[in-house]
Ligand binder design. Structure first.
Ligand SMILES: *Cc1c(COP(=O)(O)O)cnc(C)c1O
Length: 378
């Protein structure tokens, strides 16, 4: 089956009741008829809710089929999913290499928590590509990627980095939230663990948080055994919402991606805009890598205003009326986020001379969004 057909048919119940959608099962306790079954191997039934009751199993199956993965772990948020992937990938003290474009809260986890485990985080230029070989050694435990970076959109040469990791026996983890597993499958490029915030595109409606990690073969086994140690849980109601979003995921990505490319191109023409940071934009430095790895654009990108101070950039964002101002993205509604206050770089200093604004483009009519941008620029 092609991807869009799988998105509709995977993770559906096959029960005799004929339900199209797996019902929400609210249970902490699931009774067993015998002690053998209670203490026996868990599938096909789970006897405690933390392992997930319906429709969590269906959501896991759907994500496994999307990534062609052998196991999918669910977590209470996207951040929890990335952290679970990192903890699974690191098997002892040493060094980890982290992309400098990494999502801020993950950077904080790496800086504050990993040293306590005897693991030193070292940041690298997201555009390093095969040059990462110079940074790897037998001390390297893991390389963390995020492609594109979620504020600045550098696209990474995933296959080259995965190869360099394998050469020294290190694992790779990618934050794959932008592609949602639909526009790219990192597991096909040699990545061990693909994490994403279901909060964003899979959810699609800005009304819950959850995350997922998928993996194949040995990495899948490690993930299966590690996930139950951390008490991660997604409520069945949120799993239901994630599956509902999953059904229209491809269609929504197509619309918001197309809208974002049109707006990126129009914004690039404005004298006030110094750079458009959109992987699918022809003039973006990583456009060739984007074409190599992604089947299409997602709807999230940034612009750098030409010589405009961060404060004036924030004022412009406040003038927008159709774009709400807020964190997150992947919902049906458009958002703007002035980013200068959260840029943290140590490997490659951020040198742009102008405010950084991120746009999450929703499903509105693109001309209405453009009219709103024009009035705010005015
Ligand atoms: C939002 C986001 C996360 C975290 O997801 P939450 O569900 O908010 O914890 C992680 N990575 C990226 C790239 C994100 O955009």
């Amino acid at each position: 089956m092609k991807r869009d057909t799988r998105l509709i048919h995977s993770g559906r119940p096959k029960g005799a009741d004929g339900y199209v959608n797996a019902p929400v099962g609210r249970a902490s306790t699931v009774l067993a008829p015998s002690t053998d079954e209670l203490y026996g191997p868990t599938p096909p039934r789970r006897h405690y809710g933390r392992g997930g009751v319906s429709p969590n199993g269906e959501l896991r199956r759907a994500l496994c089929e999307l990534y062609e993965a052998d196991h999918c772990a669910l977590a209470s948020s996207g951040l929890a999913a990335v952290v679970l992937a990192i903890r699974t990938a690191i098997d002892g003290p040493g060094e980890v290499l982290i992309t400098d474009s990494v999502y801020g809260p993950v950077r904080r986890f790496c800086d504050e928590e990993l040293p306590r485990l005897g693991v030193t985080p070292r940041y690298y230029d997201p555009r390093i590509g095969a040059g990462i070989k110079q940074l790897t050694s037998d001390q390297t435990r893991m390389i963390l990627l995020e492609s594109p970076g979620s504020l600045t959109f550098e696209v990474q040469d995933i296959a080259a980095i995965a190869e360099a990791a394998q050469a020294v026996g290190a694992k790779t983890v990618i934050d794959d939230t932008w592609s949602a597993g639909v526009l790219m499958n990192p597991l096909d490029h040699g990545i061990d663990y693909a994490a994403q915030a279901l909060t964003k595109y899979v959810g699609g409606h800005s009304d819950f948080l959850a995350g997922a990690v998928t993996a194949r073969s040995e990495a899948a086994e490690a993930l299966r055994s590690r996930e139950s140690l951390y008490g991660q849980h997604v409520s069945p109601d949120d799993a239901f919402l994630a599956l509902r979003g999953f059904r229209t995921l491809s269609l929504r990505l197509e619309r918001s991606g197309a809208n974002s490319v049109i707006l990126a191109e129009r914004l690039a023409e404005l004298p006030a805009v110094a750079h458009v940071l959109h992987p699918a934009h022809e003039k973006f430095p990583d456009n060739a890598l984007y074409k190599k790895y992604f089947s299409g654009p997602a709807g999230c990108f940034s612009i750098v205003l030409d010589g405009v101070s961060p404060r004036d950039g924030e004022t412009m964002a406040e003038r927008l009326t159709l774009f709400g101002m807020g964190f997150s993205w992947g919902g049906f509604e458009s958002l703007v986020l002035p980013c200068d206050r959260q840029i943290r770089r140590t490997a490659v200093p951020w040198k742009e001379d102008g405010a950084l604004l991120r746009f999450a483009i929703g499903l509105e009519d693109v001309d209405d969004l453009w009219a709103d941008l024009e009035q705010a620029f005015a």
